[in-house]
Design a protein around this ligand. Structure first.
Ligand SMILES: Cc1ncc(C[n+]2csc(CCOP(=O)(O)OP(=O)(O)O)c2C)c(N)n1
Ligand SMILES: [Mg+2]
Length: 788
């Protein structure tokens, strides 16, 4: 159990703490509102576009965030903040003195603080990027599991463990990936995770339905989570105890979300009219209402649990008593204290300059003092705010600095050799992983694997047999214990290096994100390898993008792929995945054809995980077994493979045609080439190991005159330079033809691009390759059409 108590100095009693937090909350509300206002109404607008920002979404979270950041959180805790509350997070750091006014002034501008919290772009500490709702919530659960891995390995002390906290919007609870993660959280016994819902009853379009809200408790409790609902503030609870109070409480409980929001917007008189009408049969309740002025009644009705510091502190203290994961539902008001509070259209609403001036005066902020840290606070509130800041544990939460030395990845010569026999790229991958698992090095101990129920069928089984599955509690493989024959050992232990997931590709990518951030979050490098069937990358695409966006480092091995999967048919044959690989920033896509290429590329992929300027890797592999080329892996070949392409059959200087292939379609390309050279001696055969690498390299060259790299020559330009000028090209890949067709632009050469554009179907390779024009005849026809 982490020790989470916060000792208050004798000078700061509980009452003063709350007063200080209240003052700080006011500062958050002001600064977040002002930051957005400044960007929209004061900064020069050169393009006429609305800058945007979400004053209402910020306002519903300022109390929650004040309680957390100024009292509850400790530096080891890790937080994912609801995307549109980014200005509040920056305001928090501004109050701690770790964010500059200049950054706040450049909200949503070039080089300024980002619209949504970004690990890589913001200057402040951001634990998890957010933006695509739901993903930032779920990743916290997976990150907590990685912390448990390091605790099990003795690298993190249990008492030093952090909590993984998501500050989420209520509409985020509609995202399916949350429930996929919830199921996994239960299976993996995840702990120290809090998901705190800013339940402001509004989404983007309108008010949210209250229908589901009772059900969330059931759903989360079923998955082993504790649910804490903070519906009422302390003042409301006190009112409920007064005569007539129980009736008022019942009215609140029965009130639908849209009506509550509308009355919140309309204010005290509207509350009174409606309540008087609805409570007319309860004289005591009517009497109670009379005790409040209109304004006071409006505040009573909106001082919900999520806006009451007393309630919030008590809840967080209770939550800290156990490591059981928590769903904390805090009722709030969207746009609280702002003119559009409760209005269903307030999501992107901005205060007008006149409304902002009124708000400024209400808070006592003088014109010109808008960026002053404690503007508008009385001397006493200012002192209390400073006292609270002084003792806040988060004061020590600086931006992460990685200090662990980098882990050295073995040289190519030390990488296991998958051999020369007839084999597939998938088998080669499994063999290398299996052989690595025999080693007992620091590097290998940091390889962790994960897969959504396709560990065995993607050939990761050998690695898992040797390294075991991760679980906080050990368990033997019952089949093994009972001596039932099976090639697979499925034993769990705290030292296990594989995390088995259910079939949910979102979870795969979020797990890879969490594993791939291990160095940033825990100062401990992991080399994550995740396997998936290639077509199902699409299922988790946004989570993959999310992982890459925050520079998580991992290796994605997608296999089997393409039409080459033949008898499995169209539902499993991937078509567009190479284009995903080409298009995804932060991810380098490789499609090797031969086992020795897999070895070179996999070593590079591990190295890229650790390299400062590295990134993540996507290997598109196949189950098609090819006769391997009998060759030595010398330095030149290895470097050509890593540059993305090499001449498998170099052309003669006057060659007018070349065939260019990538991946498992290699035999058809070789076959066609052998027939072609009989008629066109000197024709070339170019093997592409990474369409992505050669494309990126070429793009960099096209930009080079403007990026100070004039004279740069790309690898593909150099290779194609060996052909006669005006030579033509036939490209072929088991995937979208545009993956390679662009190569014609490099020297302005004519191209016939072969590939898949339709859904696949069942069949054997001769039938399918003939039908989809991926066979040697199709290549020769294409070549002939170019040579005529
Ligand atoms: C995956 C995804 N879909 C849509 C959006 C656009 N969007 C941003 S915020 C939002 C509504 C969020 O409502 P809620 O979570 O309740 O947050 P609130 O602003 O009410 O606090 C939507 C639909 C998004 N950011 N991500
Ligand atoms: Mg909401």
């Amino acid at each position: 159990m982490p020790d989470t108590s916060v000792k208050l100095p004798a000078t700061l009693d509980r009452k003063s703490l709350i007063k200080g937090l209240d003052a700080l909350e006011e500062r958050l509300l002001w600064l977040a509102s002002w930051t957005i206002h400044n960007a929209n109404h004061r900064r020069e607008n050169r393009d006429g576009l609305k800058v945007g920002g979400h004053q209402a979404s910020c306002a519903s979270m300022t109390t929650l965030m004040a309680a957390l950041y100024f009292h509850v959180l400790r530096p080891k805790d890790r937080v994912a903040v609801k995307p549109h509350a980014s200005p509040v997070l920056h305001a928090v750091e501004y109050l701690f003195g770790r964010q500059s006014q200049d950054q706040l002034e450049r909200f949503r501008a070039w080089g300024g603080m980002q619209s949504y919290p970004s690990r890589t772009k913001d200057k402040i500490r951001v634990d998890f990027s957010t933006g695509s709702v739901g993903l930032g919530v779920a990743v916290t659960a997976f990150a907590s599991l990685i912390q448990d891995m390091w605790i099990a390995r003795g690298e993190i002390d249990e008492a030093d463990a952090g909590r993984f906290i998501s500050l989420m919007g209520d509409a985020e609870l509609d995202e399916g990936n949350i429930y996929e993660a919830l199921i996994e959280s239960y299976k993996h016994d995840i702990r120290n995770t809090w998901w705190i819902v800013d339940y402001n009853r509004q989404s983007l379009d309108a008010t949210t339905s209250e229908k589901m809200f009772d059900r969330f408790d059931d759903i989360f409790e079923t998955a082993g989570w504790d649910v804490l609902t903070l519906k009422y503030g302390a003042r409301q609870r006190a009112a409920f105890k007064k005569p007539g109070g129980a009736r008022l409480r019942k009215w609140i409980d029965d009130c639908p979300n849209d009506l509550y929001a509308a009355l919140t917007y309309e204010g005290g008189a509207a509350w009174r009219t409606r309540l008087k009408n609805d409570l007319k049969r309860s004289p005591k309740a009517l009497e109670l209402l009379e005790k409040y002025s209109d304004d006071d009644l409006a505040s009573l009705m909106t001082e919900l649990g999520g806006h009451c510091l007393v309630t919030l502190l008590e809840a967080f203290e209770k939550a800290a008593e156990s490591e059981t994961p928590k769903l904390i539902i805090a009722y709030t008001t969207k746009g609280r204290k702002l003119p559009f509070q409760g209005h269903k259209d307030n999501h992107s609403g901005l205060m007008t300059p006149a409304q902002m001036a009124e708000f400024r005066q209400k808070l006592g902020v003088l014109e010109g003092d808008e960026w002053q840290v404690f503007a508008g606070l009385s001397p006493e509130r200012c002192r209390l705010a400073q006292d609270v800041l002084e003792v806040a544990p988060w004061k020590g939460a600086n931006k992460d600095e990685r200090s662990a030395p980098s882990v050295s990845v073995p040289q190519l010569s030390a990488m296991p050799d998958p051999g020369r026999g007839k084999t597939s790229t998938q088998i080669a991958f499994g063999k290398i992983m299996n052989d690595l698992a025999r080693e007992d090095t620091d590097f290998v101990s940091r390889i962790v694997t994960t897969s959504p129920d396709v560990t065995v069928s993607t050939n990761l089984g050998g690695f898992v047999n040797r390294k075991g599955l991760f679980s906080r509690t050990a368990s033997e493989d019952v089949f093994k214990q009972r001596k039932i024959a099976s090639p697979q050992v499925w034993a769990h232990s705290p030292k296990g290096q594989h995390v088995e997931l259910g079939i949910a590709e979102n979870n795969l990518f979020l797990m890879l994100a969490a594993m791939g951030l291990s160095k940033d979050l825990f100062d401990q490098r992991l080399f994550p390898v995740g396997t998936v069937y290639d077509p199902f990358i699409a299922r988790g695409l946004d989570a993959l993008n999310y992982a890459c966006y925050q520079d998580a480092r991992f290796i994605l091995v997608a296999t089997p792929s393409g039409l080459t999967l033949a008898p499995e048919g169209g539902a499993h044959q991937s078509v567009s995945s190479p284009l995903i690989g080409m298009g995804q920033p932060g991810l380098t896509y490789w499609e090797p054809a031969f086992a020795d290429e897999v070895r070179v590329v996999l070593r590079e992929a591990f190295d890229a995980v650790e390299r400062v300027d590295g990134g993540s890797t996507y290997l598109r592999l196949s189950t098609r077994q090819l006769i391997q080329i009998d060759r030595e892996m010398n330095g030149d070949l290895a470097s050509d493979i890593l540059n993305g392409a090499y001449w498998a059959k170099p052309p003669s200087g006057d060659a007018h045609i070349a065939i260019i292939y990538a991946g498992a379609i290699a035999p058809e390309a070789f076959d066609a080439w052998e027939q072609l050279v009989e008629d066109v001696p000197g024709a070339g055969l170019l093997a592409v190991t990474s369409p992505d690498v050669i494309h990126r390299d070429w793009m960099a060259t096209t930009r080079s005159p403007w990026t100070g790299e004039a004279g740069r020559v790309s690898h593909i330009e150099r290779l194609l330079g060996q052909l006669a000028s005006g030579a033509s090209l036939v490209t072929i890949i088991d995937g979208g033809p545009s993956t390679l067709s662009w190569i014609g632009s490099v020297h302005g050469q004519r191209v016939r691009a072969l590939g898949i554009e339709r859904f696949g179907q069942t069949g054997d390779l001769p039938d399918l390759y003939r039908e989809y024009r991926l066979d040697a005849n199709a290549i020769l026809d294409a070549a002939a059409s170019l040579l005529v």
